[in-house]
Design a protein around this ligand. Structure first.
Ligand code: 5GP
Length: 335
C-alpha cells in the first residue's frame, strides 16, 4: 500500500480567477471547436458538449434538440436497430454507444445503418482499466479505421495514453463523480474530477489525443471549470435529465400539473439492470442510484443557460474562444 500526498481537486475545491480582459461582451465568445482526431484522422467540429449515453438522457429527441445547437449526443445503446433505422440520424453530432460484449450488435448496427453515415463511436465501460477493454478498443479500431472512437472511463494519464495508443481518439475521464453514481461508496474507488481532467488532458494532448470530462457537473460553472482544466469535450447527464426530450410520448402524457417528478438513474443501478439485464447478477453490486428531478420542460432553455455561463466564464478571463479558456485560466483553491 502507498499513499499519494499531493492534494487532488474536485469541482467544488476550485474557482477560476478573474483576469483583466479586452472582451466587451460575452456574445462574441466562440464556443465552436474543430479537432482533427489522432487515429481516425477525421475532423470533428461543434460545441463540444455531449449528452451522456444514458437511457434517460442520450435519447433520439435529445440528439435532435442538441444538434440544433451544434452539440453532440452519445445515443444510448438500448434502442432496437429497427427504431434506429426509422430515426433521423442525419446530423453530424451523433455518437453510437457500445459496451464490452456488444461486438455483434455493433457490426450489425453499422451494416444495417450504413446509409446514415454515423462516424462516431462511444465505447463505454464503467472500468476502462482492464486488458479486455484495451483489446476491444484495438479490435474496433482495426474494424473501423475511419470512425472517431471515444473510449473510457479512466482517470489516470498512463491509462489515457494506453487507450489512445490502442486506437481511441477521445478518452472519457471520470470514475465516481457522476450525480447518480455510487462507485465511490460501493467500491471506495475514484479520483477527484478536476485533477483527473488536468492530468489526463496533459497526457492525451502530449500524444495528439483528446479527452472528454464525464460526470460531476452540476452547474454551468462546473462545465466551465472542466473546460478550463483542459477538457476538449464535456459529457453531461444530470444537467440534461428531466427534460421533455428525455421522455417517451407515453411518459409525457402521464405528466400532470401536480406530480411532475422525472426519474434519472445510473446505468449500473438496480433500476437499469432490472430493466435491461433481468436483474442484478449475483457477482455484481449496483453502482448507481435513482434520483427524482422536477420536470424541466424543453431542453433548449437549459442549453442556452449552460452556453451563456461558459461564454461568461470566458469573458472573465479574457478568452475570446473556448479554445483559449484553459490557457487563460488560473485556478484558486478554496479552503
Ligand atoms: P452526471 O452528469 O449526472 O454527473 O454524470 C453522468 C455520468 O455518470 C455518465 O456519463 C456516466 O459516466 C456516469 N454514470 C451513469 N450511470 C452510472 C452508474 O450507474 N454508476 C456509475 N458509477 N456511473 C454512472
Amino acid at each position: 500500500m502507498r499513499i499519494e500526498n499531493e492534494r487532488k481537486l474536485d469541482f467544488d475545491d476550485v474557482l477560476i480567477k478573474p483576469k483583466r480582459s479586452r472582451l466587451s461582451t460575452r456574445a462574441g465568445v466562440e464556443l465552436n471547436r474543430k479537432f482533427t482526431t489522432v487515429n481516425s484522422k477525421v475532423t470533428i467540429e461543434g460545441v463540444p458538449i455531449i449528452a451522456a449515453n444514458m437511457d434517460t438522457v442520450g435519447t433520439l429527441n435529445m440528439a435532435s434538440s442538441l444538434a440544433s445547437h451544434n452539440m453532440f449526443t452519445s445515443i444510448h445503446k438500448h434502442y432496437s436497430l429497427e427504431e434506429l433505422e426509422a430515426a433521423d440520424l442525419s446530423s453530424d453530432y451523433n455518437f453510437a454507444t457500445f459496451g464490452l460484449g456488444d461486438w455483434d450488435r455493433m457490426v450489425e448496427f453499422f451494416d444495417k445503418l450504413k446509409d446514415k453515415n454515423i462516424n462516431k463511436i462511444c465505447l463505454d465501460v464503467a472500468n476502462g482499466y482492464t486488458e479486455v477493454f484495451v483489446d476491444f478498443v484495438k479490435q474496433v479500431r482495426a474494424k473501423y479505421p475511419d470512425k472517431i472512437i471515444m473510449a473510457g472511463n479512466v482517470v489516470t494519464p498512463e491509462m489515457t495514453e494506453a487507450l489512445i495508443l490502442a486506437g481511441a481518439d477521445i478518452v472519457k475521464i471520470g470514475i465516481g463523480p457522476g450525480s447518480v453514481c455510487e462507485t465511490r461508496i460501493v467500491t471506495g474507488v475514484g479520483y477527484p474530477q478536476v485533477s483527473a481532467v488536468m492530468e489526463c488532458a496533459d497526457a492525451a494532448h502530449g500524444i495528439g489525443g483528446l479527452i472528454c470530462a464525464d460526470g460531476g457537473c452540476k452547474t454551468s460553472g462546473d462545465v466551465a471549470k472542466a473546460f478550463a482544466a483542459g477538457a476538449d469535450f464535456v459529457m453531461l447527464g444530470g444537467m440534461l435529465a428531466g427534460h421533455k426530450e428525455c421522455l417517451s410520448n407515453d411518459d409525457l402524457d402521464k405528466l400532470d400539473g401536480n406530480n411532475n417528478k422525472i426519474e434519472y438513474y445510473g446505468m449500473s443501478s438496480t433500476r437499469a439492470m432490472n430493466k435491461y439485464s433481468g436483474g442484478v447478477a449475483a457477482h455484481r453490486a449496483s453502482e448507481g442510484k435513482v434520483s427524482e428531478i422536477e420536470y424541466r420542460g424543453d431542453v433548449n432553455q437549459t442549453v442556452l443557460a449552460i452556453l451563456g455561463g461558459i461564454r461568461s466564464a470566458c469573458t472573465y478571463v479574457g478568452a475570446a474562444k473556448l479554445k483559449e479558456l484553459s490557457k487563460c485560466t488560473t485556478f484558486v483553491i478554496k479552503n
